[in-house]
Design a protein around this ligand. Structure first.
Ligand code: CA2
Length: 149
């Protein structure tokens, strides 16, 4: 049995539609394919890979990670720019947090420029496409080993 705590990879609203619409912005990779890439990159490290369209559920999962998780990789999607409740939940997490975006949010319209989540994230990754998810998993392992928060 693995003694390693899991990394939580949490995905927010509409990301279940990845690969089905707007491939020019978000690519053609589906969320199921992203999950497979993350599991491969994680190796022995257990992964809790989840997606929800509900802010409440996302916050409940952050609470779960506070008790169980070695790190959180979160693509909060639109909640990035709206949710003080998500920010408050993430602030309680004592382990590394990577805020992840498929697209480079700073190259997009001004409404996508002000992230609440960045105010508590250990690191921010944006613009690497779906292939950036496994890179984030590797970076998370590095942050866990370095005990960075
Ligand atoms: O680039 C990202 O990963 C985003 O977090 C995606 C969010 C957007 O609000 C952020 O600014 C950047 C939007 C996710 C919408 O997901 C879709 C998936 C498939 C087709 C259309 C939208």
């Amino acid at each position: 049995m693995s003694e390693l705590k899991p990394v939580y990879i949490l995905n927010g609203p509409n990301l279940n539609r990845l690969g089905k619409r707007e491939p020019e912005i978000y690519g053609s990779t589906t969320l199921a394919e992203i999950e497979a890439m993350c599991r491969e990159a994680a190796g022995e490290r257990p992964v809790e890979f989840r997606q929800t369209n509900s802010e409440e559920k996302l916050i409940d999962w952050v609470h779960e990670a506070i008790d169980e998780g070695a790190g959180i990789i979160i693509n909060p999607a639109a909640f990035t720019f709206t949710s003080l409740a998500l920010l408050d939940a993430l602030k309680m997490f004592k382990e590394p947090i990577i805020e992840f975006h498929i697209s480079n949010i700073h190259r997009r319209e001004p409404i996508y420029h002000k992230s609440y989540v960045s105010m508590t994230a250990t690191a921010v990754m944006a613009g690497l496409g779906a292939e950036g998810y496994p890179v984030a998993v590797q970076a998370m392992e590095m942050l866990i080993k370095a005990k960075k928060r």
